[in-house]
Write a protein that binds this ligand. Structure first.
Ligand SMILES: NC(=O)c1ccc[n+]([C@@H]2O[C@H](COP(=O)([O-])OP(=O)(O)OC[C@H]3O[C@@H](n4cnc5c(N)ncnc54)[C@H](O)[C@@H]3O)[C@@H](O)[C@H]2O)c1
Length: 340
């Protein structure tokens, strides 16, 4: 709010970032706040922008983010898809003139919380290569699918189409940790473990080769071609571009209202049965547990809700610097830290 955002938009953004940390996805939580604030400072992101539904039909809508913070646009688009799916069974909402929306999983879960299957996806500045290519072709284009169950927690798959998200390379670099040789290729298209060359002269490898590349194109299509957002190299860098040029990211959200298609009580019982049968399946040698997608994150959420979210030193430093820049009182936080 000190940087100019309205209370509603700031609250949604906070909820997205903190919930992401609460699920243990620390690469996409409050650690990125300083990057979003930098874009506001360089006028590449308008803190006053209000996302708006600019066109719609019974089962679809397009949200224009007017180059503001992405989270309020993504939230409005997913909520609109959920509302419309409530009426017609299944709905799509695209968003354009947006920015980096954080973790895709938050928005997909919004649908699961309403008993719907949720899909959430986004394009991003190209940083991923394609089979046969030497450099960047598509973004890492995250895709999240949230599947509601009955007594069990929703299944939540939330993945980039690259072997790993680009932020994991930055995290490894910041923490002085090595990376395996199947995460990135250098400027010649040859696998490398040198994190310092990413992203300027290295590209992320797509997950499962041509399969991740193909899915990234589906995400690009639904996020950009259908919504009217920037596509491939038209998308700007939310991290490195210090100009006033908006990034123009696009997103896509789909909500499937299972209850109007199948009897909901039967669906929920069968979803629980599916989850439990997977859990009971014979374990690989040396393995004690088979996880459902999202289960590690739900476990973390239970732990963090009870014990607090652990923040690494680099995140604490970044939040402290933000507080100093904007003249915020960190009194309560500091006394908590002092008591550690
Ligand atoms: N906004 C963007 O432009 C952008 C771009 C890329 C990634 N991201 C975000 O980055 C985050 C991390 O992406 P990632 O590709 O590094 O994810 P990842 O490779 O860490 O995979 C995480 C997902 O896989 C599941 N999973 C992990 N191990 C599992 C196991 N053994 N069994 C079953 N499921 C398992 C997790 O529950 C989770 O759903 C995501 O939240 C994604 O949305 C955002």
């Amino acid at each position: 709010m000190e940087a100019g955002m309205g209370r509603d938009a700031a609250e949604i953004t906070t909820k997205v970032l903190v919930t992401t940390d609460l699920m243990g996805v620390s690469t996409h939580g409050v650690r990125n706040l300083h990057n979003y604030l930098k874009r506001i400072a360089t006028k590449g992101l308008d803190p006053h922008a209000r996302p708006e539904i600019v066109s719609e039909g019974p089962g679809w809508a397009i949200v224009d983010g007017h180059n503001g913070m992405a989270m309020p646009s993504a939230y409005l688009a997913m909520q609109t898809a959920i509302d419309k799916a409530g009426q017609v069974g299944i709905a799509y909402a695209g968003a354009r003139n947006s920015c980096h929306f954080g973790a895709a999983g938050f928005y997909a879960l919004m649908a699961a919380e309403e008993g719907m299957i949720g899909l959430s996806m986004s394009n991003d500045i190209p940083s991923m290569t394609a089979p046969g290519a030497r450099s960047h072709i598509t973004g890492t284009n995250p895709l999240a699918v949230a599947i509601p169950a009955g007594e069990e927690k929703p299944i939540l798959l939330d993945v980039a189409m690259s072997t790993v998200a680009g932020s994991k390379i930055y995290q490894a670099l910041a923490r002085g940790k090595g990376i395996p040789d199947n995460w990135i290729v250098d400027g010649e298209g040859i696998p490398t473990t040198d994190t310092s060359v990413y992203p300027h002269s290295a590209s992320l490898l797509p997950m499962a080769g041509h399969k991740g590349y193909g899915l990234a194109l589906m995400i690009e299509t639904l996020s950009a071609l259908v919504s009217g957002a920037n596509c491939l190299t038209e998308v700007g860098s939310w991290l490195f571009d210090k100009t006033e040029r908006p990034t123009g990211h696009g997103h896509a959200f789909i909500a499937i209202n299972v209850g109007v298609i199948a009897p909901m009580d039967v669906y929920r019982r069968r979803a629980d049965d599916m989850i439990r049968s997977i859990r009971r399946a014979p374990k690989a040698k040396g393995s004690e547990r088979i996880y459902l997608p999202g289960e590690m994150e739900w476990d973390k959420r239970v732990d963090y809700e009870a014990n607090g979210i652990p923040l690494t030193e680099d995140i604490i430093k970044s939040l402290t610097e933000i507080a100093e820049t904007y003249g915020l009182d960190l009194g309560e936080v500091n006394s908590e830290l002092a008591n550690r």
